[in-house]
Design a protein around this ligand. Structure first.
Ligand code: SF4
Ligand code: SF4
Length: 405
């Protein structure tokens, strides 16, 4: 059986570049740079705007090293992309700035753009475990090479975030909490993670183990200077290797077995060929996080209902700012906005609530910031069948009590 390859390389004297180059050399990664004019997308972890010493985002020097490695092969374009963990437009830009990654991109002359600022398409998931489809950047389809740049961190919900979990960043802004709501149990959420990874599956992964995080990750744990780079093609095998290094039981990382079932990689150590340092040599036991459940343990039908109703956003068009350019219609993947023929006649766009899948393309891509969204959880709850039923029940109960007394 063909083995998955994992290179393990120590970072000596903070020389991240040399470690990244050595790790990529060990796995002959240059064979991926086999075409002229390649479009290469680098996907770091940009969870939230924190400086490198907090070990939340992929370290900027790791991003720089990978950019410099790719540049040797004269690609047509390198783009560094992610979508941060918040809901508000602008959070990814803030994460790019505060992590130091946009400065590195500027110095290296490459683009650094949020996924939500790129053209969106709907991706169908083959043999879905949980998600039938999701909306993400066209870059997942159009890139010649996607390089995953995850960071080793503990995670309060999934226990570990690294290769598989990092690709959740391809889900755009407010669609992340919506996915959490729909896939409301840890079991279902980890299935959703595997579905997302199966669509965006990167061809190459370079793990940032320069500064990792233990304890209450992924954003408020303790930084660990691990001084490691791991590289390979099989994200499942890489995540499995990380478990071995940091002393986590892989059976507790629910998405690993699911990814293996979906033929996305292997968790069997005997099927992994390790190159470079031995695992024994680099082991460092991590403090585990206190696990919090992803969400309420609701039955599937109820979780779907809550995701569709309570988390439903309202899209609003600002009459004073709108210039009737129809960009919102162009970017709406489901035709939920008034067509250009009507907009050009001077009509402010209108929004079709029942068609809208709340992807927020219209909000994020309006050149005049004329589209806003809001989620009124209380109103949504009250005007849902669940809310109306609850109100009806309370009224009925009150009438019965009044009648009795
Ligand atoms: S993209 Fe913005 S400015 Fe253009 S029509 Fe839509 S709301 Fe108006
Ligand atoms: S109307 Fe809804 S589906 Fe269409 S672009 Fe806006 S948020 Fe997305």
């Amino acid at each position: 059986m063909l083995k998955s390859i994992v290179a393990i390389q120590k970072i000596n004297n903070d020389d991240a570049k040399s470690a990244v180059f050595k790790a990529l050399n060990m796995i002959n990664a240059e064979k991926l740079m086999n075409k002229d004019n390649m479009l290469v997308v680098l996907k770091p972890n940009l969870l939230i705007g924190k400086p490198p010493e907090r070990a939340v985002c992929t370290h900027p020097e790791i991003v720089r090293s990978v950019i410099q490695w790719v540049k040797q092969f004269n690609p047509s374009k390198i783009i560094v992309c992610d979508s941060a963990g918040g809901q508000k437009p602008g959070v990814t830009e803030a994460a790019m700035r505060d992590s130091g990654i946009d400065k590195v991109c500027e110095e290296e002359g490459v683009e650094c753009i949020p996924f939500e600022k790129t053209e969106r398409i709907i991706y169908k998931v083959e043999n879905p475990l949980e998600l039938q489809e999701f909306s993400s950047s066209h870059l997942l389809k159009d890139a010649d090479l996607i390089i995953n740049l995850p960071k080793i961190k503990t995670h309060g919900q999934c226990k570990l975030t690294c290769c598989i979990k990092n690709m959740f960043g391809t889900v755009l802004l407010a669609n992340k909490p919506k996915t959490h709501a729909q896939a409301a149990t840890l079991d279902r959420f980890t299935s959703a993670l595997v579905d997302i990874y199966s669509v965006s599956k990167p061809q190459l992964t370079i793990i940032d183990g320069f500064y990792a995080m233990e304890g209450q990750g992924p954003s408020s744990g303790d930084p660990v200077k691990l001084d490691l780079i791991l590289a390979g093609y099989d994200g499942v095998a890489l995540d499995r290797t990380v478990c071995e290094i940091i002393g986590f039981n892989p059976n507790e990382i629910l998405y690993l077995a699911k990814a293996e079932q979906k033929n996305l990689g292997t968790t069997i150590l005997s099927q992994i060929k390790f190159i470079g340092e031995s695992i024994e040599n680099v082991k460092r036991k991590f403090k585990p996080p206190k696990i919090r459940p992803v969400s309420m343990p609701l039955p599937k039908w109820l979780a779907d209902y809550v995701g569709r109703t309570i988390f439903k956003a309202r899209v609003k068009f600002n009459r004073d700012k709108c210039r009737l350019c129809s960009t919102c219609w162009t970017n709406c993947p489901v035709g939920a906005i008034t067509p250009p023929e009507l907009i050009k006649k001077g009509n402010i766009p209108e929004w079709n609530k029942s068609k809208c899948i709340t992807c927020f393309c219209c909000v994020e891509l309006c050149p005049y910031e004329a589209v806003k969204f809001s989620i009124n959880y209380i109103k949504n709850a009250l005007f849902s069948w669940m809310g109306l039923g609850l109100v009806g029940f309370v009224v009925l109960l009150s009438l019965i009590i009044l009648w009795i007394i």
